[in-house]
Design a protein around this ligand. Structure first.
Ligand SMILES: [Cu+2]
Length: 343
């Protein structure tokens, strides 16, 4: 009932918001905004920005968020969170957004962007397509999410994802890299302040059953994003004091912490090492840890990169080992496991 009222209000609000350039009777058209990257590249620049293109499709989905617990979601590309977007600072990024749902949505990306590509005032109507063009940056842990109204509802329903931007100059020291998106969900009252569930990467306690694995004394980098709508979370790693870049930005000086605060709509970028082999916990400190915001880290002497439980693209002495694909594949498998059983 509450959701229904909110949806009606959102529909009316969406219809009232002006969105320039969207006219006509055709229900599928492309609108290209100014090219932000071209505008910010100086004419005497000797390097052309790398072009990166992603397609994000707004689509409703029923996803499993815990064993046997299937909930209704609004998603980017059928998962909650949507796919992680990976860029290097200065990339000329085009995000093709297709709305395949019955209500308006947008893509709002954190960072330095102009108004046309801000993903706020242009509501993308059902069956419409929009091309966002941005210059990736600044370097660090950023995020994207829907900003249709009421925004907290669209976020709670699942329309968000990580946006990771690597520095163009001064490459980061090699590390094993993971992304952790912290969110909220409640299937009794989606707009309740204190929710029933606080998943990491969209599935309750998924890294308890499928621990992340790292080597002893290996540098581990965590891009931790709080897409919650209420309280700051306190992200905590057991058995190590670690470095955290405030707001997830590499332009900030990292500080030593035992727990890293991360507010709603903010991030923290963590670099950690474990001195002793063993199995440890990571979680947001407080009651969230009893509501799905819990994981395990297995610290070993030598990870077998070929094991199916921990697939990665191994780095070398100068590059990092990305675990993003492994994490996203695991998330997709878990979230769709119930759907698969029904087929
Ligand atoms: Cu939305």
């Amino acid at each position: 009932m509450i959701l229904c009222g909110i949806l009606i209000a959102a529909g009316i609000l969406g219809a009232l918001i002006p969105f320039s350039g969207i006219v006509g009777l055709d229900n599928h058209r492309e609108i290209k905004g100014p090219t932000e990257a071209e505008a910010t590249t100086s004419s005497n620049s000797t390097t052309t920005p790398t072009r990166k293109e992603y397609t994000l499709i707004a689509q409703d989905a029923e996803l499993e968020i815990a064993p046997g617990k299937v909930v209704k979601t609004w998603t980017f590309n059928g998962t909650m969170p949507g796919p992680p977007l990976i860029f290097t600072e200065g990339d000329n990024v085009t995000v093709k957004f297709i709305n395949k749902t019955p209500i308006p949505h947008t893509v709002h990306m954190h960072g330095n962007h102009d108004a046309v590509n801000d993903g706020v005032h242009h509501q993308i109507m059902p069956n419409e397509t929009y091309l966002y063009n941005i210059t990736a940056g600044p370097a660090g842990a950023l995020m994207y999410h829907c900003h249709a109204y009421p925004t907290s509802l669209h976020i709670r329903m699942g329309m968000y994802g990580a946006m990771i931007v690597y520095p163009k100059d001064n490459p980061l020291p090699p590390a094993r890299e993971f992304v952790m998106v912290l969110s909220e969900y409640d299937d009794d009252n989606i707009m309740k302040f204190e929710t029933q569930y606080y998943p990491i990467n969209g599935y309750l306690d998924q890294y308890v059953q499928n621990p992340i694995q790292v080597n002893r004394d290996e540098l581990v980098r965590l891009y931790v994003i709080n897409i919650g709508t209420t309280i700051p979370y306190q992200f905590h790693l057991h058995s190590t004091i670690f470095k955290a870049y405030p707001s997830g930005l590499l332009s900030n000086e990292p500080i030593d912490v035992q727990t890293a605060p991360v507010g709603p709509g903010d991030a923290t970028l963590i670099e950690a090492k474990w001195k002793y082999p063993g199995t440890y916990l990571f979680h947001s400190h407080g009651f969230l840890e009893e509501r799905g915001n819990m994981g395990q880290i297995v610290v070993t002497e030598n990870i077998n990169e070929d094991t199916t439980s921990n697939q990665a693209v191994p780095g070398n002495e100068t590059t990092s080992t990305s675990m993003f694909d492994w994490q996203y594949e695991l998330q997709k498998k878990l979230q769709k496991s119930n759907n698969n059983q029904l087929q």
